[in-house]
Design a protein around this ligand. Structure first.
Ligand SMILES: NC(=O)c1ccc[n+]([C@@H]2O[C@H](COP(=O)([O-])OP(=O)(O)OC[C@H]3O[C@@H](n4cnc5c(N)ncnc54)[C@H](OP(=O)(O)O)[C@@H]3O)[C@@H](O)[C@H]2O)c1
Length: 255
């Protein structure tokens, strides 16, 4: 169960090598999140280093299990394995995702399908499987890494943006469907975050860091928030952006 400040004691991370996820879990481990399962497609290298740093931060036990977002037929086995290890799961952090490149998607639509399969289809599959566990338990939180890209599609990354828009809408519906069961969904909408996902790219305005996103996620858990933005000013920026006339939007969103 969460402690009195809303901090989970057990957690499953889907996409356990994500920089945003590791920054978040480091904070939670320091706040007595004792048992963490990192679910990763590569269970060596980065996952092993992440597990070590989470133990150093304060976690009593960190396990690493296989997870391939691209293969939905394996997701039930991943969630079952995590449930077996953790018993009750207080928090599931869904941090997997691929950015891709719009020019590559334009040239190869099957590459776009593969990206959407990871960003959206896997979120649906894992979200519904997780919901079954949380309903059974009668408690728990799903943290979904959406994006400000979900708010309005830009010409230079509309495949990614549309996949996150699907994830975001799904997460809001999942949240409403879980209220009666005592479970909760936190939707996280970061802007441009300096991680390996964006390495070498020109930063967008209001760019931020994995540490800042992690701080906002932890604060969102403490307060029981439904949505957090990182940085928070993006909430107001996108309230305006969403309503700009299309011609203006095309100009301001061009990079
Ligand atoms: N960075 C940003 O600017 C930004 C902004 C808004 C939202 N987000 C979202 O935040 C989340 C975390 O991103 P990040 O910035 O922390 O980037 P990251 O470090 O590149 O993390 C992405 C994670 O997704 C995993 N992944 C990708 N494909 C997978 C697959 N088929 N199966 C299992 N895992 C897979 C990666 O695993 P590997 O280690 O095996 O590659 C990695 O753990 C993503 O959903 C991203 O879309 C990021």
């Amino acid at each position: 169960m969460n402690d009195a400040t809303g901090i989970p004691q057990t957690a499953l991370v889907l996409g356990g090598t994500s920089e945003i996820a590791i920054a978040t879990m480091t904070r939670l481990a320091a706040r007595r999140c004792r048992h963490i399962v990192l679910a990763c497609r590569d269970t060596q290298g980065g996952a092993v280093a992440a597990a070590h740093s989470l133990r150093t931060a304060g976690a009593t036990q960190v396990d690493i299990i296989d997870f391939d977002a691209a293969d939905a037929t394996t997701h039930a086995a991943t969630i079952d394995a995590a449930t077996e290890l953790l018993g009750d799961i207080d928090m599931v952090l869904m941090a997997f995702g691929v950015l891709g490149n719009q020019a590559d998607f334009d040239a190869d639509p099957m590459a776009a399908v593969a990206a959407v399969n990871v960003n959206y289809t896997a979120a649906v599959s894992c979200g519904l499987l997780t919901a079954q566990v949380l309903r059974r338990q009668g408690h728990g939180t799903v943290v979904m890494l959406s994006s400000v890209a979900a708010e309005r599609a830009r010409a230079d990354n509309f495949v990614y943006g549309s996949s996150k828009a699907g994830l975001d809408a799904f997460s809001q519906g999942l949240s409403d469907s879980l209220v009666a069961a005592g479970a909760h969904v936190l939707v996280v909408r970061p802007g441009f975050v300096h991680t390996r996902m964006t390495a070498g790219m020109k930063p967008a305005p209001f760019s931020t860091t994995a540490d800042d996103v992690a701080d906002r996620i932890v604060r969102g858990l403490e307060t029981g928030a439904h949505v957090v933005w990182a940085p928070s000013v993006l909430r107001w920026v996108f309230t305006v952006m969403r309503h700009l006339p299309r011609g203006v939007w095309r100009k301001v969103s061009a990079r």
